[in-house]
Design a protein around this ligand. Structure first.
Ligand code: NAP
Length: 243
């Protein structure tokens, strides 16, 4: 079976860890990124060094034309895209709602939800009767992230709804759609929110008393994508140390 996966936002963090793991498992991997070409290239080099197959494609997945180009590029190189990990996600400086301008809200929605919709649509339009999608959500969908980023939390709530609806639409076609909700994971995303050490600060509030590693989230994504999860669709797994 020629398994071809696109992972959006895979130049670092959870996306990069997922790309490395799926390549080890025999997928041909497209590492999508926005701006850090050298980081994406480094992920590809790691894949190749371990004997896997992968390449990277720059594309802003919040833009429909770029998503089309991404899918066409991958299809031409590896054949039909059989698996998709909607992983890209952005957040901005921690702030109360009164301090968040609408331009920021729109950008968060466009990247965190719009791209998931656009990539899922491009995937489904090309898919046959086999495949799987995993959408990366967040526990913020349940907590609402007050005084930090309710825009981000709202976008993740929408991701969970998208997962459910897509799963119901595609179930009879043999395409499964699931999600993961990571908790506090050690990645560079928290620096974008203005607090690089956020996970360390919040670790005592986590039942398991520690933040998670990107590789631990990648394992859950890989299982949901795999044929071992053949009767699982429309589900969202919390990967959050008990939160
Ligand atoms: P991260 O380290 O900040 O990485 C974000 C990735 O997204 C980068 O590869 C970046 O590419 C890419 N990207 C950003 N905007 C893009 C766009 N418009 N088009 C294409 N690529 C774009 O993120 P992370 O912490 O690994 O998070 C991954 C996912 O997990 C996100 O959906 C996030 O919301 C979710 N999550 C994370 C945590 C956590 O604690 N870290 C918790 C819950 C959920 P460039 O670097 O090239 O710009």
């Amino acid at each position: 079976m020629n398994k071809v996966v696109i992972i959006t936002g895979a130049s670092r963090g959870i996306g990069a860890a997922t790309a490395l793991l799926l390549a080890q498992q025999g997928y041909r991997v497209c590492v999508n990124y926005l701006s850090h070409c050298e980081r994406a290239e480094a992920v590809v080099q790691q894949i190749l060094a371990a004997g896997g197959e992968g390449f990277c494609v720059q594309a802003d997945v919040s833009q429909e034309a770029e998503v089309e180009r991404l899918f066409e590029t991958v299809t031409q190189r590896y054949g039909q895209v059989t698996h998709l990990v909607n992983n890209v996600g952005v957040l901005f400086t921690q702030a109360a709602t009164s301090e968040i301008d609408y331009q920021r809200f729109e950008r968060v929605m466009a990247v965190n939800v719009g791209s998931y919709f656009l990539c899922a649509k491009a995937f489904v339009q090309r898919a046959s009767d086999y495949g799987a999608i995993v959408n990366v959500s967040s526990t913020a969908a349940k907590t609402g992230s007050p005084f930090e980023y309710i825009d981000y939390a709202a976008s993740k709530g929408a991701v969970d709804s998208l997962t459910k609806g897509l799963a119901m639409e595609l179930a009879a076609r043999g395409i499964r759609v699931n999600g993961v909700r990571p908790g506090f994971i050690y990645t560079e995303m928290h620096a974008d929110g203005g607090e690089p050490d956020r996970v360390k600060r919040l670790a005592p509030q986590i039942p398991m008393q520690r933040g998670g590693a990107p590789e631990e989230v990648a394992q859950s994504i890989a299982w949901l994508l795999s044929d071992e999860a053949s009767y699982v669709t429309g589900s969202v797994i919390d990967v959050a140390g008990g939160r």
